[in-house]
Design a protein. Structure first.
Length: 249
């Protein structure tokens, strides 16, 4: 399924795979799992298997059919570098990316160990922004070092849901950091000082900072709908993003 999205930092989603499996605390209340179950119940194409990992070869051509330069978030409903996705299928995804330099592709993974392994054999196209999820110190922070091993035009962190104070981070070589709290009925709270710690480190390292949302818990520690809590930090919104000029075709 390719289409518009409410995710604040992208334009379209492209899901050449669907489904995933949980590997760390950030996965506990996975929005994609909930959505996949809903789509299966609705009989939506591509979700016959619910949230079991599925390769969707018929979706590979979707970006080729879109002429307008577009920012795509790849696999909002999965993880391209899931251990169940064969290298050969990842190759096919990157073949499409290379054939569409007019588009920008944001690829985010929790399987950071596969990045240097895969890109040791394949060069990352310049229209790819490569990122890792960082939710805590034990599981999330070590992914940053793996990301740094890959030569990418844009390396980014998705610190969502932020589950604890991450302490002092090594943000060298990181271009962009997205931070957000968890939403949903079982959302875990996020504290303002955790966010500020990251923002200040981004400032000192000249990494762009994007604050996505408070989620189900406000800055005052009270539970509310995420729309009510909003996405302001220190009385303003933080929407910094990398710029990318599409290559001529």
């Amino acid at each position: 399924m390719s289409g518009k999205t409410r995710i604040e930092w992208t334009e379209q989603t492209w899901n050449p795979t669907t489904g995933c499996s949980k590997i760390s605390p950030g996965c506990k209340n996975c929005y994609a799992e909930t959505m996949a179950r809903r789509l299966k119940a609705m009989g939506a194409a591509g979700y016959d298997n619910g949230f079991d990992l599925s390769l969707m070869s018929d979706r590979l051509q979707q970006p080729l059919q879109r002429k307008k330069p577009t920012v795509y978030f790849v696999n909002s409903m999965s993880d391209l570098f899931h251990e169940g996705v064969p290298t050969e299928f990842i190759d096919r995804v990157f073949s499409v990316i290379e054939r569409t330099p007019r588009h920008t592709y944001q690829i985010l993974t929790k399987r950071a160990w596969r990045l240097p392994e895969y890109f040791g054999q394949a060069k990352l196209p310049p229209n790819v922004w490569l990122g890792v999820s960082v939710e805590d110190q034990k599981f999330g922070v070590p992914r940053i070092a793996e990301l740094r091993k890959v030569d990418a035009a844009v390396r980014f962190l998705s610190v969502e849901p932020l589950l604890e104070d991450l302490g002092e981070l090594d943000l060298s070589g990181i271009h962009w950091v997205i931070v957000g709290g968890e939403s949903g009925a079982k959302a875990r709270p996020m504290k303002e000082q955790w966010v500020e710690n990251i923002r200040l480190q981004c400032e000192s390292c000249e990494a762009l900072f994007f604050f996505k949302q408070w989620g189900g818990w406000g800055a005052d520690g009270k539970r509310r709908p995420k729309k009510v809590n909003g996405r302001q930090l220190n009385g303003r919104t933080w929407d910094a993003m990398p710029s990318y000029v599409a290559a001529p075709e």
